[in-house]
Design a protein around this ligand. Structure first.
Ligand code: 5AD
Ligand code: FES
Length: 357
């Protein structure tokens, strides 16, 4: 049998492994294997993106949600969640502040809130597009119809984040209410990609019921679907959800998977997530050292930050946008990386072309 270290080499040269080899690499990992993986991941990442870290300014504009995912703190059954919506003016003021701070991508993220009809969302996207023509607009609004995705794309959104959460049917059913299906989620991802969005999928690490096989299902799906971005972070329990008593995912496994993802597609936009920074004070730095190249600091107004709580103990809920921006810069410079004031498109993607449209 091939050793885990030899599997790292194979993954680096071939860009993938068989199912049994992925299982062997994940289950056979040791600190030495991880170091070898991270070195390889950094090497391919530096070849494509150098030492640049791309920033995305995250605007959490609504925490109303019609869904009831069992892991999530803003699920509709959580009657203790303090709900809010940002007005168009509030969203634009986040963008103004973000632009001054050097952000060239805005990510509008929210629960699946029926208040934000297609007409309202199109209005918001158009206003940002008109005010900030040099910026990319990313949406993360959950599942919508193909027509809705199409209208938002035509209004000027170019990227969409929709985590698939798990590529394993049984695991998906364990994490979600019966009204939701993996099929629907995957159809949405396909529709987004067909329309022309740069698409991000992703999953939580260490979510309840997750096995190594589930993780390998995720990796093989990502290899086949070829998203532009993959968001992964540890599962962290939220006290008012059915998974309150489950343990959090680990830093160690999350960064190991970041390293694998980097070798799976060297061009991938790979964030070191807020959840990673929440389970460890240096989680985001370790994520970057393992191959991540994106950080998504919060631009939401301080008054609502402690309300967009998907999990417990989320970091930065008391900090101003500027504090996070410079905190991240300091952290990245400390480990030898630079913040890039650019849109940060997928390597080789002609992101600017759309701006003339
Ligand atoms: N822990 C970690 N991540 C979570 N998410 C939702 N709830 C949690 C949690 N308890 C993630 C999901 C979702 C993204 C916006 O946040 O993967 O897609
Ligand atoms: Fe928010 Fe460090 S990133 S304070």
């Amino acid at each position: 049998m091939i050793s885990p270290t030899a599997l790292v080499d194979k993954l680096k040269t071939q860009g993938t492994l068989s199912r049994s080899e992925f299982v062997c690499l994940i289950e056979g990992r040791t600190p030495e294997v991880a170091e070898c993986l991270f070195e390889a991941a950094r090497e391919v990442r530096h070849a494509v993106y150098g030492k640049d870290i791309f920033l995305r300014g995250l605007i959490e504009f609504t925490n109303y949600c019609r869904n009831d995912c069992l892991y999530c703190g803003i699920r509709k059954s959580n009657l203790d969640a303090d709900r809010y919506r940002l007005s168009l003016d509030e969203i634009l003021s986040c963008c103004r502040q973000g632009h001054e701070l050097g952000f060239r991508t805005f990510v509008l993220q929210g629960g699946e809130d029926p208040h934000y009809t297609d007409d309202r969302m199109v209005g918001i996207v158009r206003a940002i597009r008109a005010g900030y023509p040099d910026c990319a607009i990313t949406l993360s609004l959950g599942e919508r119809s193909p027509e809705s995705y199409e209208r938002l794309y035509r209004a000027g959104a170019e990227r969409y984040l929709l985590r698939h959460e798990t590529r394993n049917e049984d695991h998906y059913a364990y994490l979600h209410p019966a009204s939701m299906s993996l099929r629907e989620r995957l159809d949405c991802l396909q529709n987004l990609r067909d329309i022309g969005y740069q698409v991000g999928c992703g999953f939580m690490v260490g979510s309840p019921g997750q096995t190594t096989e589930c993780l390998v299902d995720d990796l093989l799906f990502i290899k086949e679907f070829k998203p532009h971005m993959v968001g992964i972070g540890p599962f962290i329990p939220h006290k008012d959800t059915p998974f309150a008593g489950h343990p959090a995912g680990t830093l160690e496994l999350t960064v190991f998977l970041l390293g694998i993802l980097r070798l799976l597609d060297p061009k991938l936009l790979l964030p070191a997530t807020t959840a990673l920074g929440t389970i460890s004070p240096t989680g985001r730095e370790l994520g970057v050292m393992a191959g991540a190249n994106v950080i998504m600091p919060n631009l939401s107004p301080v008054g609502v930050r402690n309300k967009y709580l998907l999990y417990d103990n989320k970091i930065c809920t008391g900090d101003e946008a500027a504090e996070c921006r410079f905190c991240i810069q300091r952290r990245m410079v400390n480990i030898g990386y630079d913040i890039a004031v650019t849109r940060g498109d997928y390597a080789g993607h002609i992101g600017q072309a759309r701006q003339a449209v």
